[in-house]
Every structure is written in C-alpha cells, then in structure tokens.
Design a protein around this ligand. Structure first.
Ligand code: NAD
Length: 288
C-alpha cells in the first residue's frame, strides 16, 4: 500500500458511485464513513457492498479475512457533522453544481483545516467547487468508473489552485484503493468522457448514414480495435440521455466537433434511453 497520512475517509452520497467508492476505500484500509440524506439509500449501499465483497470471496479474488476487515472499516451515517471530520472527503452526490457548491461550503465550515476535499464529478469544474471553500488548494477531482470495485482507473483532476501536496496525497489514496491514476488538468469531460463521447457520437453518425448496422459497428470496434464493448453497447449501459447531456456540455464548452448527432437526439425524444428504459440502440424488453 502506498504510504499516506490519510487514515479516515468520508464518502458523501451512497448511490451507485458512493457505495462503490466506500467499498474500495474500506478495502484499502481506510476507516470509512458513508453519509447520505436517505437512510434507505445508506442501507441499500451497505447491502450492495456486502454482496460485492461476498462475490469476491466466492470467486476467490479476496480472502474472507479481507472482507471482514473491509466491513469493520465501514460506518454508515446520516450525521453530516460526523462525516465532515475525516482527513479526506470524497463527494459523490448528483451531478448538480448548486448542490455540490452548498455541500462543499458546509463541509468547509465543519472539517479540520488540513482536510482534503475530492469530487467524483463526471465533468463539472473543480475550480468552481474550490471557490465555494476557503481551501481551494486542497480541492481536487477524483473521477472513478462504474462499477468502482472492478474498474482500475481514477482520473485525478487538478483545479486551478490545487497544490502539489493535495495531488500527491490523492494519488497515494487512489493507489491504496488498488487503482491506477492519471493526472489531468481541468478541462470539460477530462480525458475519458471527452474521447468516449466523440467515439459514441461518430458511431451514431455512421448508423444515421447507413454505413453499417449497429451490431456490425459494435463488432468492428470490439474485434478490429480491441474495445471491450462496442459504442452502442456502451451507450445503452450509460444511458442515451446521459450521453446526450455530456455531448451538449462539450458542444457548448469545446465547440462544433461535439455537436450531438440528430439520431441520438431523436432516440432520446422517443424515450429510447438504453437498458434502463428497456430499449436504446438495442431492444432489452425480452430480457430480465
Ligand atoms: P446516484 O443518484 O446513484 O447517487 C447520488 C446519491 O446522493 C443519492 O444516494 C442521493 O440520496 C445522495 N444525495 C443527494 N443529495 C445529497 C446531499 N445533499 N448530501 C448527501 N447525499 C445526497 O448518482 P451516481 O451515479 O452515484 O453519481 C454521483 C456522482 O458521480 C455524480 O457527480 C456523477 O456525475 C458522478 N459519476 C457517475 C458515474 C456513473 O456511472 N454513474 C461515473 C462517474 C462519475
């Protein structure tokens, strides 16, 4: 494990990402407190972590002792003041800037002065979040991937004022969680969301132009370019509405290259949002 002074981590928000981040944090040896405004979400998050750890034991990826040790590191709480006491806080609440600004301003008033704040935002500005606090040099982006306990990468995003100590500590924390890290200067969509959006949009243009069938575009990228998933399989998983909102944001901030393909817009208008709605590029209505 990489050496770090961080002993305690709080995760704010126990949804899809927050529960996954809490899992890898506890498994990485940090005393981890998970906070959410909803007791039901906290309970669901806890059950999901237990189930994923148990699956790891069943598949012999981790020992039973590692599962027990991870669970002993975890606390679930609806007490924000308690959550604010950690050495390192990772925010994973909805992708809404106003909500994130309010949360960081409140955290800043309650947290120890040396504490570092990280946001798991997919695209929003770390610099803007930092400006809501009196510790902009201790604010950083930590972009995890779904499912967090399986995906290897964390994109680490430096805001305008993020200092080297914060960067170094965050890299150490990420490594202790068993992840690889890449450092990215703040920019819309960072590296992964920006490239992925462009590939996915191009695939929609090809489909719209009748260049190939969706299945064949997916097969071409998987078998010819070694992508683990085709672009349409991926967008059906992410959600076509989510992909459209990322493209709209990139189009607005980075320009014409990111203009969302009309076919994608049409699918979203038709309610074809991907797996979650039963139909996206592919039809899932017959599947469980
Ligand atoms: P989610 O909706 O599953 O979870 C958000 C949680 O935040 C909910 O449990 C909600 O109860 C809680 N919450 C709402 N307001 C709160 C508040 N004021 N204080 C504390 N908790 C509050 O969302 P998610 O998919 O886990 O996304 C969280 C963040 O992670 C977003 O910024 C998103 O862009 C980013 N992200 C998501 C993914 C993904 O694949 N879902 C991947 C990378 C990054």
């Amino acid at each position: 494990m990489a050496e770090t002074k961080v002993r305690t981590i709080s995760v704010i928000g126990a949804g899809i990402m927050g529960s996954g981040i809490a899992h890898v944090s506890a498994a990485g040896g940090f005393r981890t407190l998970v906070y959410d405004i909803s007791a039901d979400v906290l309970n669901n998050g806890k059950q999901l972590i237990i189930a994923n750890l148990a699956k790891g034991v069943e598949l012999k990826k981790i020992a039973k002792e590692q599962m027990d040790s991870a669970l002993s590191n975890l606390t679930f709480s609806e007490n924000f003041e308690a959550a604010a006491q950690a050495d390192f806080t990772i925010e994973a609440i909805p992708e809404n800037m106003d909500l994130k600004l309010q949360t960081f301003a409140k955290l800043d008033r309650l947290a120890p002065p040396q504490a570092i704040f990280a946001s798991n935002t997919s695209a929003l500005s770390i610099t803007e979040m930092a400006a809501a606090t009196n510790r902009p040099s201790q604010m950083i982006g930590m972009h995890f991937f779904n499912p967090v306990h399986k995906m290897k990468l964390i994109e680490i995003i430096k805001g305008l004022e993020t200092n080297s100590q914060t960067l170094q500590t965050t890299e150490q924390v990420g490594q202790a969680m068993g992840k690889e890290t890449v450092e990215v200067r703040e920019s819309p969509g960072f590296v992964t969301s920006r490239i992925n959006a462009l590939i996915g949009n191009e695939a929609f243009y090809m489909l719209q132009e009748g260049i190939a069938r969706a299945e064949d575009i997916d097969r071409a990228l998987k078998l010819g370019l070694n992508h683990p998933m085709g672009p349409f399989e991926m967008v059906d998983l992410v959600g076509l509405d989510t992909r459209l909102s990322i493209l709209q944001f990139l189009h607005q901030t980075l320009g014409e290259k990111y203009r969302p393909c009309p076919l994608l817009i049409q699918y979203v208008k038709a309610g074809r949002l991907g797996r979650k709605s039963g139909k996206g590029v592919y039809d899932y209505s017959g599947k469980a």
